[in-house]
Unconditional design. Sequence first.
Length: 162
Amino acid sequence: MFAFDLLFVDKQDLRRQPLIERRDKIRRLIPVDTRSAIQFSDHYDGQGAELFKQACTMGLEGILSKRALSPYKSGPSKFWLRTKNVVERELILLGTNYDKDGKPIAYLGREADGQLQFAGTAFLTLGGGADVIHVTFAPLTALHLGQAHHFGSPRFKRPYKV
């Protein structure tokens, strides 16, 4: 687990203090110990483009840029910017089902070493026409199926690439 901000300490509300001061306080609270379950997430001062390129090379999701003197604000803010590393991969639709809340999900796989391996699940939302299902799964933007969709009991068909 990585700690990157501190909103309250000893019943004191720190949300109006600048980010740099809140981070200084949290840094002093977390001991430097690589075996600890909680690690301090250090910041980077410099060119965001360089850091983003390095994050992409490492396969990370992206970076979050915040103004050092900004107060804490819940939700989207003019004080921070999220830059996502969008990775596209070719996945195989294995089947569909519903999750515990009744939302349609897809079971996805990928080929590795000549074998079909489970890659994970993705939430589905219908849109963009009858032949497209938009998938909220970072590496995949849309499945082009070209046929009716079924979201009932798990339905597995011969896998095909999407």
